[in-house]
Unconditional design. Structure first.
Length: 634
């Protein structure tokens, strides 16, 4: 297979976080280890060789890393302090803190969300104190860390990347609503021209041109479901009105084509990808990721954290009985259940001259509450918004009258709604009294998928006008259930607008095989099978790297706190290579269990590496550590 993609360009496009620059502290005189032409490996293996420990646990003190090969420095977002920590990376086994870059001088009380480096320029995505207001991108010199300039961008810049020629920076302005959902700013992408870095200029590209095509997008499968802010009083008779496209779409992550003409933007909550024409500064297309059919064996999942009847206990030991509140490794297919891929990180690479996207299918629910009690118990539509609910709560026989479980918007979705039920023609009518039978009445039990979190916003039957159909008892009838995330990574053909390969259930199966005691555990506390009812291992960040003529994907599992490695040289037949997990659960103190919560990953090519070997740097938001892995070529 002919993979035409340079190593340096790969690291720029996939993570937006590499580059070159000057240096001080004597690094300019440091000899670069010789790098011979890379051979194409049969396989590779991650080997941890070092780490920088911030000493701050559970506060996002290490999130997004970037690397400058000339100064041999790492730049790591420290969200806890709202800065970027600069690390001396001349010896990757022992990264050392130099100082931090702080943008608060340039935007008061601000926070840094992301960092990118290219051609000696360090770019920081900076969020305003009020996240619904415009943020900035601030520029610094990699060589001496001095401030250069800044430019205003959209609301909540959450990720940024350079174009391959280094002349532009793209910032994903997520535009999240405020806590009460009274203000919902537009999502957008800023195209920043840095041809004169002292005076950068930005074009904010929004989605207003798509407002008139809302029905078209919804029919395609793009999720547009947030409430229309401030419009509640007059809509009870018609159901809750959803927001305009330009406000509801929330850019999360950006990948750029090799020629720098096109960018693809993940719209996580919307389960879609937007296509940006960079030269025209307009979105040329928006296409849905689709839904993962969990009724298929290849897409099986563990959907419960209290589903233990027989199986494995928390020690990975076979048992015949277990506590009613215990979980087990129980990977199986479920009728009528679908996964919303909802990608977070997105990357681009080429194979045989064609472009492909790689997506980490994390999933993310909207919940913005200024008064939780008023929203859930008082049904106050102005107290916020929440779309997530457990299966067993949605389908209680008593309906929606019970307090505490039902979103105000769910109660008001249509006059006369009393509750919800599962369509027995899809989920099966119970034929026996056996609790193990998979059927509509039994699915809501904890031992099946009763505790699984899903979105109440879709899956119920509607009429031709899109209004909910109520049965004779005043209940909604759901014939599909939609869970968050794909628990996988996908390879997407952006021209055909379809997934050409997905890892299916392999993440959970490999963890069950290799680290059964850690199966679907959480990153901030350890409990076996704790996350099965949510998003499982939760893939979030990714990086791509070319070694010889092969291309590899490295996917960080946020909750499982491990890294999956795949050979993606053949996009239609990606191959599992390794699952690396550094967590030591024999340590009873959580702060001593190792690297927890991988957030951002970058691949460092051998030609740019301080030791002449390909490396992977990972920011771990929970443990506050920046881990360094050497990639052994075999």
């Amino acid at each position: 297979m002919n993979i035409k993609y340079s190593v340096l360009l790969l690291s720029i496009l996939t993570a937006g976080l590499t580059g070159c620059g000057g240096s001080d502290h004597g690094s300019e005189n440091t000899a670069q280890p010789p790098v011979t032409e890379e051979v194409t490996p049969n396989t590779i293996e991650l080997q941890k060789i070092g780490a920088y420990e911030s000493g701050i646990f559970g506060a996002s003190a290490a999130e997004i890393p970037a690397y400058d090969p000339k100064s041999k420095r790492l730049f790591v977002v420290n969200a806890q302090a709202g800065v970027v920590d600069v690390l001396d990376f001349q010896q990757p086994e022992q990264p050392k803190y130099i100082r931090s870059l702080d943008a608060k001088t340039y935007l008061a009380n601000s926070e840094v969300n992301s960092v990118a480096v290219n051609n000696g320029i360090v770019a920081l995505a900076v969020q305003a104190e009020d996240k619904t207001q415009h943020g900035i991108v601030a520029f610094f010199k990699a060589s001496d860390l001095s401030y250069i300039s800044q430019v205003s961008v959209g609301a909540l810049p959450d990720m940024l990347t350079f174009t391959p020629d280094g002349k532009k920076v793209l910032a994903a302005n997520e535009g999240e609503p405020n806590e009460g959902y009274a203000i919902d700013p537009e999502g957008s992408v800023s195209i920043i021209d840095i041809s004169d870095i002292a005076k950068p200029s930005a074009k904010i590209v929004n989605f207003k041109a798509w407002d008139s095509r809302k029905t078209e997008l919804e029919n395609l499968g793009v999720r547009i479901f947030g409430p229309d802010t401030g419009q509640y009083a007059d809509v009870y008779a018609q159901g809750i009105q959803t927001a305009a496209v330009s406000k509801d779409l929330e850019p999360e992550y950006i990948a750029v084509s090799a020629d720098g003409k096109t960018a693809w933007v993940s719209l996580q909550e919307n389960n879609a990808i937007a296509v940006l024409d960079i030269a025209k500064a307009e979105f040329s297309d928006i296409f849905p990721m689709g839904y993962k059919d969990h009724s298929l064996p290849e897409n099986a999942l563990d959907a419960g954290d209290r589903d233990c009847v027989t199986g494995l206990n928390s020690l990975g030991q076979a048992v015949e009985q277990c506590d009613k509140d215990a979980g087990m490794i129980n990977i199986k297919a479920w009728p009528g259940l679908y996964g919303m891929y909802m990608p977070d990180a997105i990357a681009h690479y080429q194979a045989d001259g064609k472009s492909y996207l790689v997506t980490a299918n994390e999933g993310d629910a909207r919940e913005w509450l200024k008064d939780e009690k008023a929203y859930f118990e008082g049904a106050d539509l102005n107290a916020g918004y929440a779309e997530e609910i457990r299966v067993k709560h949605l389908f209680k026989k008593a309906g929606f009258d019970l307090k505490g479980d039902y979103a105000a918007h769910l109660r008001q979705i249509f006059p006369g709604v009393k509750g919800a039920k599962l369509d027995s023609t899809v989920f099966g009518a119970c034929k026996t009294a056996e609790a193990s039978e998979i059927c509509a009445d039994n699915l809501i039990k904890d031992s099946q998928i009763g505790r699984l979190t899903i979105s109440w916003t879709q899956g119920f039957k509607k009429d031709a006008q899109g209004r909910p159909i109520l049965d004779a008892d005043g209940k909604l009838t759901y014939d599909k259930l939609y869970a968050y995330g794909g628990r996988s990574f996908s390879i997407v053909d952006p021209v055909a607008k379809r997934i050409v390969w997905d890892s299916g259930s392999e993440f959970e199966r490999k963890i069950a095989e290799l680290f059964p005691q850690q199966f679907n555990s959480n990153h901030e506390s350890f409990k076996f099978d704790d996350r099965s009812d949510n998003k499982g291992p939760e893939p979030e960040g990714l990086a791509i790297g070319a070694i010889g003529k092969k291309t590899y994907a490295f996917i960080g599992l946020e909750r499982a706190s491990g890294i999956m490695v795949y050979d993606i040289s053949n996009p239609a037949q990606a191959q599992f290579v390794q699952y690396f997990n550094h967590r030591d659960i024999t340590q009873t103190e959580i702060t001593k269990q190792g690297d927890l919560g991988p957030e951002g990953l970058i691949f460092i090519a051998a030609q740019d590496s301080p030791n002449g070997k390909p490396l992977l740097a990972v920011g771990n938001e929970v443990s506050g550590t920046t881990a360094v892995y050497q990639i052994a070529v075999k």
